[in-house]
Design a protein around this ligand. Structure first.
Ligand code: BTN
Length: 318
């Protein structure tokens, strides 16, 4: 009901009489008043003026499921959203939902995380209401060995969305770091639930520094706010990321990895560079020459041999 009331107020922008709203929604004036109080409690600035009615002045900076799904217009990404004010990690909740058979496109959102997970066992700093922390469930019909392509797909989608909403040029360091300049803006963590030769589902976790103040970030990190010098509307940005992921995912289903890799080359800053890739106990050094159809990084070593790296930490040497 609160969604419907908000829909009414958003459409009109001006004052709407309580009689009109309650009549149209089939509720009493008292029930309407109660709903309005509840909306005010969660941050909606709604004024009530005798003889004029209610007017919505502003909406809170919260990623409420109904705000995100409102005018999202996707086919399946984010059609089902689980929203949490605080959580240990969106990855764990999404994994559980996947095991219970949640549909493709299911989205888990949190305003903060106490145990946000980064790659290689690191933590992801997830302060409240500052960033975007999400996990998205996908069910691609690909081999587990090709799952890295989804990380690249998500990275491209994030860069496209950032460009569209803020005009900023975000870039990708293979495989999953979203950078502005040399500083990290966001990251992607891909977790699989799979058999040997079949993926049951994939969870794509995205963490993005949006409205973090520079002084709260470590020196190697940045936020969109640091570059735009103003707060970014997180709902608009999140919606655009979801739209771009769906667009690219449908493209991938239709045409395979190639168009995604081509887009990745536009945003990637790793190719053509001398790199050191730290993978488990060893490291590989050489020139990053290409990405293959599984999303793996091809590194030409000084010996002339080419190694394919599917996971690891890349350091750009020059
Ligand atoms: C990385 O660069 O190391 C990947 C970071 C991924 C962080 C996101 S935040 C939302 C989702 N939930 C988590 O616990 N981690 C991912």
């Amino acid at each position: 009901m609160q969604e419907k009331i908000l829909g009414f107020l958003k459409r009109r922008q001006d004052y709407v009489s309580g009689d009109q709203i309650s009549h149209r929604l089939g509720i009493t004036r008292q029930a309407l008043w109660k709903h309005i109080q509840e909306l005010k409690e969660i941050g909606y600035d709604i004024v009530a003026v005798p003889h004029l009615g209610y007017q919505l002045k502003s909406i809170p900076d919260r990623l409420f499921a109904f705000e995100v799904s409102g005018d999202l217009n996707t086919k399946f990404i984010g059609r089902k959203i689980y929203y949490f004010d605080g959580l240990s990690s969106t990855m764990d909740v999404a994994m559980q939902l996947g095991i219970k058979g949640a549909p493709e496109g299911t989205l888990v959102l949190a305003e903060s995380q106490t145990k946000g997970k980064g790659r290689l066992g690191r933590n992801w700093f997830s302060p409240k209401h500052k960033g975007i922390y999400l996990s998205l469930l996908l069910k691609p019909k690909i081999l587990p060995a090709s799952a890295s392509i989804l990380t690249l797909l998500a990275a491209v989608s994030i860069c496209e969305a950032i460009k569209e909403i803020t005009g900023l040029d975000a870039r990708i360091k293979w495989p999953n770091d979203i950078l502005i300049g040399h500083k990290k803006l966001g990251g992607i963590l891909t977790e699989l639930n799979a058999e040997m030769d079949e993926i049951n589902f994939v969870i794509i976790g995205i963490g993005l520094n949006v409205n973090n103040d520079k002084k709260t970030l470590v020196s190697a990190a940045t936020s969109l706010k640091e570059h735009k010098k103003e707060n970014i509307n997180r709902i608009n940005l999140l919606q655009e990321i979801l739209r771009k992921i769906e667009e690219n995912y449908l493209l991938f289903q239709l045409k395979g990895a190639q168009p995604i890799i081509e887009k990745w080359r536009e945003y990637g800053i790793t190719l053509g560079r001398r790199v050191k890739v730290y993978c488990q106990k060893e490291h590989i050094e050489g020139e990053a020459i290409d990405i293959d159809a599984d999303g793996g990084l091809l590194v030409r070593k000084d010996s002339g041999l080419t190694a394919k790296v599917t996971a690891g930490d890349v350091v750009h040497c020059r």
